[in-house]
Design a protein around this ligand. Structure first.
Ligand code: NAP
Ligand code: GCO
Length: 261
């Protein structure tokens, strides 16, 4: 094993949607592994707060107000990063939303909004950083997939369609860009305690007990559970891994379900 394959010293990492939640935990981990951190989100106030949080632990971090669905804004952000720090080496497509609405009640516009952010956004972001990675001789793209990249459940049709598509976008870009030494992989978190799942974790919510029963580890994941996996896929340690989705789910996908007592 060569000198610390997990070091990201001097690398420039861009994490989308990293003002809190999984995105912030992953950006923190990449920064602690040596990367320069850049991130984006839509809320100006939360961006300012997040910048202070990153810098309070000594990380080289800055944030951009940029919606991943806005191709012009994305190109401007990527150009600004290139001009001020350098071309992006690591892109984590983390930004995402969910709408929990029964399919019969969901409008086409609501469906489109979820797919636009969760699937088209990562395409826009990946297309924007790839030329710089090609110029640099390689790069890492990590798409944040989901249990819904593999499984369905009531009320999340748009989200599952987007995350299923994101798994296949990961595989497809991995095939197209391998020749440029760009590795494109995914991380599929299980059920993680963040603001996105807060509505499912309220005291006594039936979904809470359901998920604990469906998870062999018998706990909700934490954003910190994603730190090691993202550093691994961002580092030289994963240079021969391409088109893979690494599930970080406490065993959910391996489990048929608890035997009734
Ligand atoms: P979260 O708490 O809802 O945070 C979402 C982040 O994305 C925020 O920073 C948000 O900031 C940003 N964002 C949303 N839409 C955006 C857009 N159009 N452009 C730029 N930034 C945008 O979500 P999370 O739970 O941390 O999840 C992060 C990712 O992991 C998502 O892709 C989610 O689908 C996925 N995931 C989550 C879980 C889970 O159990 N929590 C499990 C599997 C996968 P602004 O609103 O200010 O833009
Ligand atoms: C839901 C949850 C999940 C998680 C995650 C699971 O409503 O089922 O929000 O979709 O967000 O994607 O991996």
């Amino acid at each position: 094993m060569s000198e610390n394959q997990f070091s990201l010293k001097g690398k420039i990492a861009l994490v989308t949607g990293a003002t809190y939640g999984i995105g912030m935990a992953m950006a923190m981990a990449l920064g602690k592994a040596g990367a320069i951190i850049r991130f984006n989100a839509r809320s100006e106030e939360q961006i300012r707060t997040a910048i202070e949080t990153y810098r309070s632990i000594g990380l080289d971090a800055d944030g951009y107000r940029c919606d991943v669905t806005d191709e012009t804004a994305v190109k401007t952000m990527i150009a600004d990063i290139a001009q001020n720090v350098g071309e992006v080496d690591i892109l984590v497509n983390n930004a995402g939303i969910i709408k929990r609405i029964p399919a019969l009640e969901m409008s086409a516009n609501e469906f489109r909004e979820v797919v636009d952010i969760d699937l088209t956004g990562p395409f826009i972001m990946s297309k924007a950083v790839a030329p710089g990675m090609i110029r640099k001789g390689g790069g890492k793209i990590i798409n944040i997939c989901s249990m819904m990249s593999e499984l369905g459940r009531e009320t999340v049709s748009a989200y599952a369609a987007a995350k299923g598509g994101l798994k296949m976008l990961t595989k497809n870009l991995a095939c197209e860009w391998a020749e440029y030494n760009i590795q494109v992989n995914g991380i599929g978190p299980g059920y993680i305690a963040t603001p996105q799942t807060a509505p499912l974790r309220t005291e006594g919510h039936p979904f809470n007990n359901f998920i604990l029963a469906k998870t062999p580890a018998a706990r909700w994941g934490t954003p910190e559970d994603l730190e090691g996996p993202v550093v691994f896929l961002a580092s030289a340690a994963s240079n021969f891994i391409n088109g893979h989705v690494l599930y970080v789910d406490g065993g959910i996908l391996a489990y048929i379900g608890k035997q009734p007592k």
